[in-house]
Design a protein around this ligand. Structure first.
Ligand code: MTE
Ligand code: HPA
Ligand code: MOS
Length: 754
């Protein structure tokens, strides 16, 4: 039989993304007119020349929104189309429809939005000084940092800065919309969160959510960029369809996508860290200035993840962290793989580096000494149960023969005057669950058809991470059928309602649990029927690999026969499953409790070779020891680790998301925005899984894998820093990512990088 798994379809080029979808003959194409300065007040919109271009052209503004012109749900600060002010360079101001895409884009360019300039702020610290905040600061205090610092033998303070990051999903944002019989809206969206799109469309069109159907088939990548920010495109397409009465497709070109949509949040952070004479960290303090951009979006949830990962993989008894969400006139920064945790990990590792230098201690010795141990609790009181931070670190050190490895690097550096090497270790401890408690829920709908084939629908969106393969495996194992009998259906708000976005690395955890609950209901009905058919007690009955077993031995009864008999007997072969993560007790008001279902552990070492003449570098190797629990699919998990590492390396070394002094995004094409590619990746990549463990919080003892390994990229930053120091021991330390060659060159030249 031809392989019909989503991965096989994709490989054969048979999958359809938004822009591949065939559309009805009367479908209009949409384009948006973007703002061309950072902030201004709209005084008039002149659409005359756009309308003169072609009879099919329609120009749609905020005034055409029939419902509520607002898609910001936690803070109402995101009009679908602006009514009087625009707030960043690249903001969609007007929607334009036309018979063809090129006409729509031409017409959009001809729309003239007249405005008066308004003062703008781009820097997070400047915004903080002006008290321009999205919401009040988030603070967690544990222990007594002042007293602890007073008792520290060593204490250092410093600053760490990290830049933004463009998602560069291969498929840009887009949606297809039509208004169906009875004025119901139907939308196909490239989104990680169909329910969010459904809610935005319903609100903008003034419809109940029950009159809006949103479907997401698959994404050509999301990486967080389509968690919240697909809603605007879905709602605009729906608005176009509503106003024109015709189907509408809106698919952004790369430049519009890069200008208009959010990216990873840049952070600027002040830290202070202190330890006793032996290097036991006693206190850590950090003030994070998050550049939130122009609207709230997911910024508070992201900041929550930052303040909950402030001490990385380390036990620190006294902690005080404060996170400011600073409102600036830049695109609204949003979810990006890691979701505020990479920013926190970078700061604690910078602090540890600074402390190690002040103490004249090896960084890795300081890291090792302070790792979380079994029985510890984090600074919010979450117990470290089945902790594996030390196990991962020690296995990595053993694998590398770390002492000899470091000695080899030192020998290389002593014998090479034009090249230097550096290597650094990065341990992770990454919390799995949405930081917003209410989001930790999922539903699934499972049908077994008369012929024994199985269909699973959940809220999980396939965006390349192979969640559909994992779900098929979970359903097959729970029901006891071969995986080939299971198909995983696209996500639709009709089949599963109130879904949370596929995000926080929980896609397979939450939806897998919901699917297995649904499958277990059907299995229980079937085993009862089988027991009756075979005349065996129920306890002896099982189903494995498509055969009913009795006392563990295959019986004469096969799956297909059992299904046919159950159907004849009028047994319900469908079930809905619902899962809500238990045990999440964290209260942000007190900063105490368990925010996560569990942690993912691991450790990575990256080795860098720096060319002192050119200030360029090669990544020699990455060695990773990772905790995938009892992996559902090692090939998939390995792919996720490699991909996450690539994005982590891009963030720390390469991707230079820069805005001009006027707030304009400077690199807004893929020819100017530099990304990691094959040639950039480490020459050798050695990924080892820690031995399987049990994990009751995910299906079949698996663990989430999507985001945690991104943090490993941070090892490369410190490896490169070491290589620079090997060449220039007195080089100033400026903790700042991305560590692009220009910055390396400045340090090697004895200048301060800017
Ligand atoms: N892998 C691919 N190929 N494409 C993606 O868009 N997104 C990442 C990660 N891996 C992504 C990916 C992000 S940001 C998250 S949160 C998880 O996948 C979401 O999927 P999961 O929860 O099913 O792992
Ligand atoms: N991760 C990703 N998305 C989210 C989270 C999170 O922790 N919380 C709310 N949305
Ligand atoms: Mo991932 S940033 O949680 O979509």
């Amino acid at each position: 039989m031809k392989d019909r798994t989503p991965a096989a379809l994709n490989l054969r080029g048979e999958t359809r993304y938004i822009d591949d979808l065939p559309v009805p003959a009367d479908c209009l194409q949409a384009a948006v007119k973007l703002s061309e300065s950072a902030r201004g007040r709209i005084v008039g919109i002149d659409a005359a020349s756009a309308l003169a271009l072609d009879a099919s052209v329609r120009v749609i503004t905020a005034r055409d929104v029939p419902g509520i012109n607002q898609i910001g749900f936690s803070v109402p600060d995101e009009p679908l189309l602006p009514e009087d002010e625009w707030e960043y360079w690249g903001q969609p101001l007007v929607l334009v429809l036309a018979a063809t895409r090129s006409l729509a884009r031409k017409a959009a360019a001809l729309v003239e939005v007249k405005g008066e300039p308004l003062p703008a702020v781009f820097d997070a610290r400047e915004a903080a000084a002006a008290k321009r905040f999205i919401l009040p600061a988030q603070t967690i205090v544990s222990g007594d940092v002042e007293a602890a610092f007073a008792s520290c033998a060593h204490a250092v303070s410093g600053r760490a800065d990290s830049g933004g990051q463009e998602h560069v999903y291969l498929e840009t944002q887009g949606a297809y919309a039509e208004i169906r019989e009875g004025g119901k809206a139907f939308v196909i969206s490239s989104t990680q969160g169909p329910t969010g799109v459904q809610r935005a469309v319903a609100q903008a069109l003034g419809l109940p959510m029950s009159a809006v159907e949103v479907e997401a088939r698959r994404l050509g990548g999301g990486f967080g960029g389509k968690e919240d920010q697909a809603s605007v495109w879905g709602a605009l397409a729906a608005l176009g369809a509503w106003v024109s009465g015709k189907p509408v497709k809106l698919y952004l070109d790369r430049r519009v996508d890069m200008r208009a949509t959010g990216k990873r949040h840049p952070y600027s952070t002040d830290f202070k860290i202190g330890a006793d004479a032996q290097g036991r960290i006693l206190a850590f303090e950090a003030t994070y200035y998050q550049n939130s951009g122009c609207s709230c979006d997911l910024s508070p949830a992201i900041m929550a993840r930052t303040v909950l990962h402030a001490t990385g993989a380390y036990k620190v008894p006294n902690v005080k962290v404060t996170g400011y969400m600073c409102r600036t006139n830049l695109p609204s920064f949003t979810a990006f793989r890691g979701f505020g945790a990479p920013q926190a990990f970078f700061v604690i590792e910078a602090a540890i580096d600074a402390l190690a230098r002040a103490m004249g201690m090896d960084r890795d010795a300081l890291q090792r000494k302070n790792l979380y141990r079994e029985g510890d609790a984090t600074y919010v009181g979450m117990p470290i149960a089945r902790g594996r931070a030390e196990e991962a670190f020690d296995r990595l050190a053993e694998k590398l023969s770390w002492k000899a490895y470091k000695a080899d690097i030192a020998a290389f550096n002593a014998s090479h005057s034009m090249e230097k090497k550096g290597a650094a270790i990065l341990p992770i401890c990454f919390g799995i669950s949405f930081t917003k408690r209410s989001m930790n829920q999922a539903g699934a709908l499972v049908h077994v058809y008369q012929d024994g084939s199985v269909l699973v629908s959940t809220g999980a969106i396939e965006m390349g991470q192979q969640v559909s393969r994992k779900l098929a495996r979970v359903a097959a194992r729970t029901l006891g059928v071969p995986e080939a009998r299971v198909s995983v259906e696209r996500t639709s708000t009709l089949t599963v309602a109130n879904t949370v976005p596929t995000a926080a690395s929980t896609g397979s955890d939450l939806n897998g649990m919901a699917a297995s609950i649904a499958c277990a209901k059907i299995r229980d009905r079937l085993t009862a029927k089988a027991a009756a058919m075979l005349g065996e007690p129920l306890e002896r009955i099982g189903i494995a690999d498509g055969i009913v077993t009795a006392g563990g031995a295959p019986s004469r009864l096969g799956w297909d026969e059992l299904i046919a008999a159950a159907n004849q007997d009028r047994i319900d072969l469908s079930a809905h499953g619902f899962y809500a993560t238990p045990g999440l007790t964290y209260d942000p008001a007190t900063g105490r409790g368990a925010p996560f279902a569990y942690y993912v552990y691991g450790a990575a070492c990256v080795t860098v070779r720096l060319d002192l003449l050119r200030a360029t570098y090669r990544l020699e190797s990455a060695t990773i020891v990772h905790d995938a629990g009892t992996s559902l699919d090692k090939a998939v998990d390995r792919g996720q680790i490699e991909g996450a590492l690539a994005q982590g390396l891009g963030w720390t070394l390469l991707e230079d998301l820069r805005f001009g002094p006027d707030g304009r995004l400077l690199a807004d094409t893929l020819s100017t925005y530099k990304l990691p590619d094959f040639a950039f990746m480490p020459e050798t990549m050695d990924i080892e899984f820690l031995p399987p463990v049990d994990n009751p919080a995910a299906p079949f003892n698996s663990k989430a894998v999507g985001e945690p390994p991104l943090q490993y990229g941070i090892a490369a930053y410190f490896a490169l820093l070491d290589a620079v120091r090997a060449a220039k021991p007195d080089a100033e330390t400026v903790y700042d990512v991305p560590f692009i060659p220009e910055k390396v060159e400045a340090l090697l030249d004895g200048r301060r990088p800017c």
